[in-house]
Design a protein around this ligand. Structure first.
Ligand SMILES: O=C(O)CCC(=O)C(=O)O
Length: 189
């Protein structure tokens, strides 16, 4: 079953853009605060409190992401009812080495706007989608190819959970390093 509001756009960027993005990311500082390395831009997110507050502003998104943000905005993703709503102002870069994943979660609904978009670089991996917490089996396993853009809106964004199981292969295909860029729009209360 495919959740309403889930869309996967293959080849959203070119292989050249992928290499340029990876180079820029690897020239930027990584945080080791989580089980996997991350970079946070725009606003910091408090994973424990599940909050984003005004004083967590880190600054504008990095220059190396501006072409990508323009591509995202050009898709109309942020056009609601004929008006352009605010585009992404938060970016989290996640690095997954083989054996690393992200646990089952829904992106904080009051913290972020109705559209979440994740770009995959490097290794393909399988993302699982579920309507229930563990130990329920996932309802959908979706392969995310490199350079694809995953768009979550509607129920897929606000009601379903997604996860990347922490394993070294998916269906017999060995994972290598994957880097994802997740763009969100912060809602400050
Ligand atoms: O790696 C991804 O594609 C998804 C990342 C994610 O779910 C998150 O940062 O909350």
């Amino acid at each position: 079953m495919i959740p309403n509001g889930l869309e996967l756009v293959p080849d959203f960027i070119t292989p050249g853009q992928e290499l340029e993005l990876l180079a820029a990311i690897d020239h930027s500082p990584w945080s080791n605060a989580l089980k996997r390395r991350t970079q946070h831009y725009g606003y910091r997110y408090d994973y424990t409190q599940k909050t984003v507050l005004r004083d967590m502003y880190l600054g504008p998104l990095p220059d190396w992401s501006s072409e990508l943000v323009a591509q995202l905005e050009a898709t109309g993703l942020y056009d609601g009812a004929g008006v352009t709503i605010q585009g992404p102002d938060q970016l989290i870069v996640n690095e997954y080495l083989p054996g690393q994943g992200i646990s089952r979660h829904t992106d904080c609904v009051p913290c972020f706007g109705p559209t979440v978009a994740s770009l995959s670089l490097g290794s393909p991996c399988v993302m699982e989608f579920s309507r229930r917490y563990y130990p329920a089996a996932p309802d959908l396993a979706l392969r995310l190819p490199p350079r694809s853009l995953l768009i979550l809106s509607g129920e897929a964004r606000s009601r379903w959970m997604h996860e990347i199981p922490a394993r070294v292969q998916d269906d017999g295909v060995a994972r290598t390093r994957r880097v994802s860029l997740t763009f969100r729009t912060v809602i400050l209360s």
